[in-house]
Design a protein around this ligand. Structure first.
Ligand code: OGA
Ligand code: MN
Length: 283
């Protein structure tokens, strides 16, 4: 087993693990190694790790409680609510019609997973099941480095703020407003601290996402302006990692210290099919 750091030299952001055997995923030592790598590098690929749904869920289960989708069944292709479809496949299993606004389009916006829930995603596991010949990369930003780079008077202002997040705000940003009444009822806005401290590394980081609406207790406009400004700061090239997918990659990331986005990919020919599982924060 070998860990290859990715990204800007001297910055610990992104790594790929080589030569891990599938049966090793079941050992305590491997789970501890992956947790350590996530605390240090935040985005960790495992190369050459083909997983089926059962193996993916068994692995996710080792990290904590698994998120279950509350989406209406009519929007889901997969029966098991612990697994989501990522890529260009529609609910019927065909290539998506790229012209219709879809629920998953918001993956193109900078986000952290499930930030609109009281218990957001801590770790996401994404397993590549089918990739086109030139797979679009997934981009990440390091919200620890973004925090570190802020001037200290700015840090002092931000440290105690809370951000209001909503899935309705997030999806409206990419033209999707077609929620059922039941889905709206199940999606009340939630608040999360703007600045977090990682339980293992001790590093502080900004916590934002496309679901961020405004700052709790601030006039709406002022809060939105601050969020826009911080998103612009955090998504500078200096904090960016572009992850190049390989066949049978398994990618894990720590959502509490990163944002990510899909890069555009439309195809009438090639399937891009990945399986998503999220482990949520402890209650
Ligand atoms: C995700 C996601 C980006 C991509 O899986 O959570 O946002 O590149 N995916 O598909
Ligand atoms: Mn995502």
């Amino acid at each position: 087993m070998l860990i290859e750091p990715l990204g800007h030299p001297g910055r610990e952001f992104g790594a790929v693990i080589h030569d891990l055997r599938p049966e090793e995923l079941r050992t305590e030592a491997t789970i501890a190694m992956l947790n350590d790598a996530l605390a240090r590098y935040a985005v960790v690929g495992v190369r050459g790790m083909p997983l089926d749904d059962e193996a993916q869920l068994a692995l996710a289960d080792r990290f904590g409680p698994i998120h279950q989708s509350i989406l209406d069944a009519s929007r889901r292709r997969l029966a098991d609510r612990r697994l989501n479809d990522v890529g260009n496949i529609d609910v019927k299993g065909n290539l998506k019609d790229a012209t219709a606004p879809a629920y998953g389009d918001s993956n193109l916006l900078w986000h952290s997973d499930l930030t609109f829930l009281a218990r957001p995603a801590r770790i996401t596991l994404l397993s590549a099941r089918a990739l086109p010949p030139e797979p679009p990369p997934t981009e990440y930003v390091d919200m620890r480095a973004a925090w570190d780079a802020l001037p200290s008077d700015r840090k002092a202002l931000l440290a105690s703020l809370e951000v209001e997040h909503s899935v309705l705000v997030q999806r409206a940003k990419c033209g999707f407003t077609d929620f059922t009444d039941e889905e709206r009822r199940q999606a009340p806005a939630v608040r999360h601290a703007l600045v977090r401290q990682h339980p293992v590394s001790g590093r502080r980081s900004l916590y934002l996402s496309s679901s961020a609406s405004h700052i709790a207790g601030w006039p709406l406009d002022q809060g939105r302006t601050l969020i826009e400004e911080l998103l612009e700061h955090a998504t500078q090239p200096a904090f960016l990692l572009s992850y190049a997918w390989h066949a049978n990659d398994l990618l894990l990331w720590d959502n509490s210290v990163t944002m990510h986005r899909a890069t555009p990919f439309e195809s009438t020919e090639h399937r891009r099919e990945l399986r998503w599982t999220a482990v949520v924060e402890a209650a």
